[in-house]
Structures are given as structure tokens and as C-alpha cells.
Design a protein around this ligand. Structure first.
Ligand code: G3H
Ligand code: 13P
Ligand code: ZN
Length: 316
């Protein structure tokens, strides 16, 4: 099956109470790890590329790697999404480069301006058959190319359910990332993890059938956090979104769940372990290989948490 957009995936995910995993890719090993997991679990997939990924690896390399993955897995529907497009020009470039989905993140702009920018992207993308994800409310956390609000301020920047309907109607976006208390990166909560499920429910009630997206949804798995800390790393206070909360959101209106940090931590943990246990190792295949295997096992596990394992056929 060729690259697909997210329409059918979201329709089935919404109807049947699961979510599609959207995994960020930066290199071949990460992509291969994810692909072998979805191939074994027969799950639909969204691969996504951030501006940071593109400047690290270049679009041609990433697209070539993804194209191989698509060709080798004809039974798996795969969508490719620009993650956090920062303006119209970036989104236009990715549409022109063959992505099947783009995200315009104008969430830091005032409400009316966010609508205006999103609408412009929607008009351009839809004319080329590409779907658009937008964002309302602001997430916390800081990644290379995505700057969010500080974690102390997260609760002040949650999505406002009253604005969501107006935003979706006026902008024409196909899906919407709503801020409900998650943030990017490995330090999402200082104390107890807490998500605003009441807001999620309210938005879902106001827009029945409309697919919502959850960013910042890595769980910061203890297995990898412990390995990193054991083998010379320093991430003692890292904390993610509990997997129970991910499963709960996936049964609600959330149809797409974004995961990047868990991939980074799996790869880093295994590389650290190899270096610590075999200091004489200098063959990259001997440390990237175990990292790739760890990503595969981790993603397989996630597909069950999301409920999309075994759903490739119904999303095709
Ligand atoms: O949304 C954030 C993703 O984790 C991408 O991060 O900009 O460092 O590639 P990045
Ligand atoms: P994490 O940092 O929780 O993996 O979130 C990734 C993300 O939302 C990418 O857009
Ligand atoms: Zn994000």
C-alpha cells in the first residue's frame, strides 16, 4: 500500500476506541525499529519528521528511508506527517515534498491569528490532497525546535473547550492537538502526573467524531530511565505520562498519540549499556543494533497500550 493520509485511520480509531501511534524519526535505526514493530503487530502507523529531524538528517535521506519502509510493508498503512510546522512556508514545503499530513503549530499566536494561519495551510494542503493537524492551547517542555511554556505554567495554557468548536469550524483543520497537561521531553511532571480528562471529555462532547491529538505522550519507561542512570546517565527526576492515562485517552476522542522521548531513551539506554559493559567496542552496529532492537520491543508494547495492534487491515 502506498503512503496514505490519516483520514481512514482516524475514522476507524475514533469509531473503535483506539489511537494511532505517531512516532518521530531521525535516522535509519529508529525508523527500522518502529517499522519492524508495526509489521509484526499489524498496526497502522504515522511516522513524523520535525524541523529538527530534517535539519539533522535532510529530507531526502529521511524520505528515502521511509519510502523503503512503505515499499517493504505493503499491508501496513503508513502516513507521514510534518511535526510542529512553524509557519505556512514550512508546511507548504513539506506538502510539496510529498508528505501526506502536515501539522501547523501556531498555538503560541493569538486565537484569531492561529485560525488565520491554519486556514491558509488547510487551503493549500487540501488542494493537494494533504490533511492538516493544528494545535490549540500550549504544551510545555522544550525540544530542539519546539519551545513550550514552562511546566509551572502548563495549567494556565490548557485548551479552552469553548474555543475548540469555533477554531475547528473556522480553520477547517482535519485534526486538533489539544493541550491537556502533557509536555514534550523527559520531565513532564514534578509531582503526581495529572491530565485534564475533564477538558478532553468536554471537547469530545462538543465535537463528536472529530479526531484529537495528544502530544508529549511518552511515558519515560522505568526500564530505560534506570539503565540510563545505571550506566553513567543523569536523568533521576525524569517522569512521563502513565500508560494507563494513554490507554484512557485512546478510548476517548484521542486518535493520534505522539511519541519521541521514549524512542530516544530506548536507544540511548542500550548504547550506554553496551559502552559500559564492553568498553572496547567500537563497531557502531554492535551498539546501534541493540538500540534498534530495544525500540522495536518498546514500540510493540506501545501498540497494545494504544489499542491499534492488529488494526492495519481495517485502516487500509
Ligand atoms: O515535538 C517535539 C519532538 O520531540 C521533536 O523534537 O525538534 O528536537 O526534533 P526535535
Ligand atoms: P514526547 O516528548 O513526550 O515524546 O512527545 C513527542 C511529541 O509530542 C512530538 O510532537
Ligand atoms: Zn509535539
Amino acid at each position: 500500500m502506498a503512503l496514505v493520509d490519516t483520514r481512514k485511520m482516524f475514522e476507524m480509531a475514533y469509531k473503535n476506541g483506539y489511537a494511532i501511534g505517531a512516532f518521530n524519526v531521525n535516522n535509519m535505526e529508529i525508523t527500522q525499529g518502529i517499522i519492524s514493530a508495526v509489521a509484526e503487530e499489524k498496526a497502522p502507523l504515522i511516522l513524523q519528521v520535525s524541523r529538527g529531524a530534517r535539519s539533522y538528517a535532510s529530507n531526502s535521506y529521511l524520505k528515502a528511508i521511509i519510502n523503503v519502509a512503505v515499499e517493504e510493508n505493503p499491508d501496513i498503512p503508513i502516513a507521514i506527517n510534518l511535526d510542529h510546522g512553524d509557519n505556512f512556508e514550512t508546511c507548504k514545503q513539506f506538502v510539496d515534498d510529498g508528505f501526506t499530513s502536515v501539522m501547523i503549530d501556531a498555538s503560541s499566536k493569538p486565537f484569531e491569528e492561529n485560525i488565520e494561519i491554519t486556514k491558509k495551510v488547510v487551503e493549500y494542503a487540501h488542494a493537494k490532497g494533504v490533511v492538516v493537524e493544528a494545535e490549540l492551547g500550549q504544551l510545555g517542555g522544550i525540544e530542539e525546535d519546539v519551545v513550550g511554556v514552562s511546566s509551572d505554567d502548563i495549567s494556565k495554557h490548557l485548551a479552552d473547550p469553548d474555543q475548540v468548536v469555533e477554531f475547528v469550524q473556522k480553520s477547517g483543520c482535519d485534526s486538533l492537538a489539544v493541550a491537556i497537561g502533557t509536555s514534550h521531553g523527559a520531565y513532564k511532571f514534578k509531582k503526581e502526573p495529572k491530565l485534564a480528562f475533564d477538558i478532553l471529555q468536554e471537547i469530545g462532547d462538543k465535537l463528536p467524531g472529530f479526531p484529537l491529538v495528544m502530544h508529549g505522550s511518552s511515558s519515560v519507561l522505568a526500564e530505560f530511565k534506570d539503565l540510563i542512570n545505571k550506566y553513567g546517565g543523569d536523568m533521576p527526576n525524569a517522569m512521563g505520562v502513565p500508560e494507563k492515562a494513554i490507554s484512557k485517552a485512546a478510548k476517548m476522542a484521542v486518535c493520534k498519540v505522539n511519541i519521541d522521548t521514549d524512542l530516544r531513551m530506548a536507544l540511548t539506554a542500550k548504547i550506554r549499556q553496551v559502552f559500559a559493559e564492553k568498553p572496547s567496542e567500537f563497531d557502531p552496529r554492535k551498539y546501534l543494533g541493540p538500540g534498534r532492537d530495544a525500540i522495536k520491543d518498546m514500540v510493540k508494547h506501545k501498540l497494545h497500550i494504544l489499542g491499534c495492534a492488529g488494526k492495519a487491515a481495517e485502516c487500509s
